[in-house]
Design a protein around this ligand. Structure first.
Ligand SMILES: Cc1cc2nc3c(=O)[nH]c(=O)nc-3n(C[C@H](O)[C@H](O)[C@H](O)COP(=O)(O)OP(=O)(O)OC[C@H]3O[C@@H](n4cnc5c(N)ncnc54)[C@H](O)[C@@H]3O)c2cc1C
Length: 393
């Protein structure tokens, strides 16, 4: 016989796990919710994935409340963000002290975050079905039936609400239009690098005509996200390490002295992908399943975590018989609209505004960065939104 749950979460990546944790933390003796997380992977995230995530200060506060932060042993603080443009002198610096905070954000390994999330889920007694892939579902006004394939076989599963957090791998709410995709014509090459000078907890975002490059302070190294047209990214992936380091030096300059060492490299294609509407009959998409952003300014997971937080809050505030109902899902969608639209606009505008040939426009952009540095209220406005989302608190 099919098992029944109140909420099924498709995907146990950081957003799915955060949703399950927020539900577990929010249910007390008075309210019990049967929550299942279905994860296609058989084990923790691939430790060979060199991706590091910049978590905003706002995300840290949420992860503390979810019991995840204390389990993250290696989070490197970002106390300053240095923004510049290749080929012009203007630059802007945002500093944690100016915001009255210990850090603007923190850098963690994707794999470490995944491990900490799943440790916290185990501590809360949340059931995660590993090696269980959702291949489809049918939603009616009464419930959702899921088709699953797992190593142990499956008797099927039904739920009152399905939260899709599959990272945009193919599950969409019924009635959603096909995902809207804007290909940026860029790919990201990601690797850890060692430099002659220590990072001193400074993160660098450097805009170039071929795409932005970021260096994030990470333990005693820096995590590099170098975006470039796909053919160039392929060439960067294929280079011998010394040639790659030379190319990086020429691209980034000598602010951190010489680039001395590079670890294994990975490449990610980049596009802006949105699924609308985010909610359909008894289903809702969140995190990368709802919107996949360009990694510039490190907003994707931070936005997804706010999706998870607000969805859990909406579920916990809804009476059991209205769980997954159209009004509940409409409230959630309305609640997320401004933050999502603001974050998409911000990252998309940064990529489009800065990723073209310098010329006169480049000079103007350089001036703009320099002017921003001398305008603390505007810098403060931008920093608050990067840390806490479009609502800025
Ligand atoms: C190069 C790069 C750098 C980035 N840097 C940052 C950054 O600095 N800061 C930031 O905030 N964000 C950053 N991001 C974005 C961030 O990685 C994503 O926003 C985040 O991983 C989204 O989490 P998620 O849980 O929605 O999806 P994912 O992390 O993709 O997890 C989805 C999970 O669902 C599982 N799954 C998929 N399909 C199924 C299925 N059918 N059945 C069951 N399980 C399934 C997958 O196995 C996976 O575990 C970056 C992204 C890239 C590519």
């Amino acid at each position: 016989m099919a098992e029944h749950a109140d909420v099924v979460i498709v995907g146990g990546g950081p957003v799915g796990a955060a949703t399950a944790l927020a539900l577990a933390k929010g249910t007390g003796e008075g309210r019990r919710l049967a929550v299942r997380v279905l994860e296609e992977r058989r084990q923790r995230a691939d430790a060979a994935d060199p991706r590091a995530l910049a978590l905003s200060y706002g995300s840290r506060l949420m992860l503390e409340r979810l019991g995840v932060w204390a389990r993250l042993c290696a989070a490197t603080p970002i106390t300053e963000i240095h923004v510049s443009q290749k080929g012009s002198l203007g630059r802007t610096r945002m500093r944690a002290v100016e915001e009255g905070l210990p850090a603007l954000g923190y850098v963690v390994d994707y794999a470490d975050l995944d491990e900490a999330m799943h440790e916290a889920l185990r501590a809360e007694g949340v059931c995660v079905a590993w090696g269980c892939r959702v291949s489809g579902f049918r939603a009616t006004h009464a419930e959702v039936s899921l088709d699953t394939a797992s190593a142990t076989g499956s008797d099927g599963l039904t739920a009152r609400l399905v939260a899709i957090a599959d990272g945009g791998r193919g599950c969409v709410p019924p009635d959603a239009t096909p995902p809207k995709i804007r290909d940026y014509g860029q790919a990201a090459v990601v690797a850890n690098v060692r430099t002659q000078r220590p990072h001193a907890q400074v993160a660098y975002e450097r805009f170039t005509a071929s795409g932005p490059a970021a260096l994030l302070p990470w333990k005693d190294r820096l995590s590099l996200v170098w975006t470039a047209p796909p053919a160039r990214a392929q060439a960067l992936m294929a280079m011998e390490a010394p040639v790659f380091l030379e190319a990086l030096q020429a691209h980034f300059g000598d602010r951190l002295g010489r680039f001395l060492e590079v670890g294994p490299r990975s490449s990610f294609p980049l596009s802006l992908k949105t699924v609308r509407p985010v909610a359909g009959v008894r289903t809702v998409a969140l995190g990368n399943a709802a919107q996949t952003l360009h990694p510039v300014a490190g907003q994707g997971f931070n936005l997804g975590l706010r999706d998870a937080w607000d969805l859990a809050d909406e579920i916990l505030g809804t009476p059991p018989d209205a769980l997954g109902s159209a009004p509940m899902l409409a409230r959630y969608a309305a609640r997320r609209r401004l933050d999502t639209a603001g974050s998409i606009f911000f990252t998309d505008a940064l990529v489009r505004f800065f990723s073209n040939d310098p010329g006169t426009l480049g000079h103007g952009r350089g001036l703009l960065l320099g002017a921003l540095d001398g305008l603390p209220p505007i810098k403060h406005f931008v920093a608050r939104r990067m840390m806490f989302g479009t609502r800025g608190f």
